[in-house]
Write a protein that binds this ligand. Structure first.
Ligand SMILES: Cc1ncc(COP(=O)(O)O)c(C=O)c1O
Length: 469
């Protein structure tokens, strides 16, 4: 065995003895160790490159080891790497100003920024604000939603599996079907449904006996609706164009706040700065995280409308964490914001996204098992099905995912691996979020690797196109 092979073996043995299995490293049959990264690639100890099509669940939008972000972090290490959140530093203030100005540009809305560390914690802070303003603890959220795994975030995350071992969740949200048109909850087709799902939501407010409204006073028991503009973990589900506009009208009528979770779709993942910009409505609160720092020091936060966050209503000490607004995070965030000012970036994302989707559509014509392909910006979904093109095929998705990580793919006579991510209500959707700087050659490689993997695990030839509803 090579020295590298021996090191990997020792590390895996130590891991199985000393690391908790409670995170997601053991979703893989054989936990995977990487030792380096660069651009769109991760490298294992043998030096095999793995083309990464998910970039740390969209936390590394600007590519691994992005030079500008790395330099900003290096400079900060030498100048002011540590500072308690109780004191101010330039980067925190400039980043807050930059994000607030962006909100004004995107939604013509005035407000303030509050930082925390992880996405879930920022969600918790947003829950605090809503509770404080309204005195209410009940929320709407979507079926298929994912807002994190802290206790509060689990209340508005749809999956019962995440709550089950932890006792009763008295504030569990009321989960509303998401407009997932490929698998419409109501069995409708988009070309004829006339937004039936919106009408169903509206019916909740028809009579007090539908459980959400005191029709005598017009007061709703629910304080806010937590949304993802494009569902992330739910399988990169893209809602139809007018859905959120119609929902927002109902929310406004009953004074229900709209909280927009942009933790995964924010910072241009969808080709616009915020995912919600595609849908022509404004949020009351917007929560962000992940790629704000391009995956460097953790930093998350929320923006809230002035009326919700002004000092008189959200006074000093309302929310705090030792590491919130840490200078390594804010400096990385500030440089990411500078990079995102590049006027050519949105075009680049949208044009690479189109190339990527048409490449996967080519594969769809070849493999009956690819049921649905869609994309917005560089958020791309591939729904893996049985040969009928509709029945979810979790096993096939899993085989392909695990085999990509074995590193046995080929390109121009060299060995490669492929990093995918699986989401979706049935765990059968590849949710792809490649680097914003993915090259045409890398898109071509992605085609070759997916082709090799689908052909290894299927024996199908193309069928007549599945009707999209
Ligand atoms: C939409 C969304 N909200 C919240 C979270 C939770 O963020 P974190 O994992 O940083 O706690 C995630 C993480 O994937 C997410 O995608």
């Amino acid at each position: 065995m090579t020295t590298v092979g021996k090191l990997e073996k020792i590390l895996l043995k130590e891991e199985s003895r000393y690391c908790s299995y409670g995170d997601t490293a053991h979703y893989l049959r054989k936990p995977k160790i990487f030792s380096e990264c660069d651009g769109s690639f991760l490298y294992d100890y043998s030096g095999i490159p793995y083309l990464d099509l998910q970039m740390w669940y969209s936390a590394v939008n600007l590519g691994y080891k992005n030079k500008r972000v790395n330099n900003a972090v290096r400079n900060q290490i030498d100048r002011l790497p540590q500072l308690a959140s109780q004191y101010l530093h330039r980067e925190k203030i400039e980043l807050s100003a930059g994000l607030s100005r962006q909100m004004q540009k995107s939604f013509q809305a005035k407000g303030r920024i509050h930082f925390n560390v992880g996405g879930s914690q920022a969600i918790e802070d947003s829950i605090k604000i809503i509770r404080k303003t309204t005195g209410k603890t009940q929320f709407f959220a979507f079926q298929g939603s994912y807002h994190g795994r802290t206790i509060g975030a689990s209340e508005i995350t749809s999956s019962y599996r995440y709550r089950k071992p932890y006792g009763h969740f008295s504030n569990r949200a009321q989960f509303i079907p998401y407009p997932y048109c490929f698998r419409c909850h109501y069995g409708k087709r988009f070309d004829s449904c006339k937004y039936y799902c919106v009408a169903q939501f509206e019916r909740l407010f028809e009579t007090e006996y539908n459980s959400v409204l005191d029709t005598k006073t017009g007061e709703c028991e629910f304080a806010a609706f937590y949304i993802e503009p494009i569902q992330g973990t739910g399988g990169y589900v893209i809602p139809p164009p007018d859905y959120f506009r119609k929902i927002k009208k109902i929310l406004d009528r009953f004074k229900i706040y709209l909280v927009d979770d942009e933790i995964q779709m924010g910072f241009y993942r969808t080709g616009r700065f915020w995912g919600l910009e595609h849908f022509g409505i404004e949020p009351d609160i917007l929560v962000f995280g992940k790629s704000l720092t391009n995956g460097m020091n953790p930093l998350s936060g929320f923006w809230a409308k002035e009326e919700l966050v002004k000092p008189e209503v959200f006074p000093p000490g309302s929310a705090h964490s030792t590491f919130s607004s840490n200078p390594m995070g804010t400096t990385a965030g500030l440089e990411v914001m500078n990079i995102l000012q590049d006027k050519t970036l949105a075009n680049r994302i949208n044009s690479s996204g189109k190339k990527f989707v048409s490449m996967v559509k080519k594969l769809q014509r070849k493999y009956r098992e690819i049921g649905d392909v869609a994309g917005i910006g560089l958020a791309i979904r591939i729904e893996v099905c049985e040969k009928d093109g509709i029945t979810p095929n979790r096993q096939l998705a899993d085989e392909i995912f695990q085999a990509g990580l074995d590193g046995g793919l080929e390109y121009k006579g060299k060995k490669y691996g492929l990093v995918l991510d699986i989401g979706g209500y049935f765990k059968n959707v590849f949710t792809l979020s490649p680097s914003f700087y993915i090259t045409d050659e890398e898109i071509g490689m992605a085609y070759k690797f997916l082709d090799q993997l689908f052909s290894r695990f299927t024996a199908s030839k193309r069928r007549p196109l599945q009707k999209y509803n």
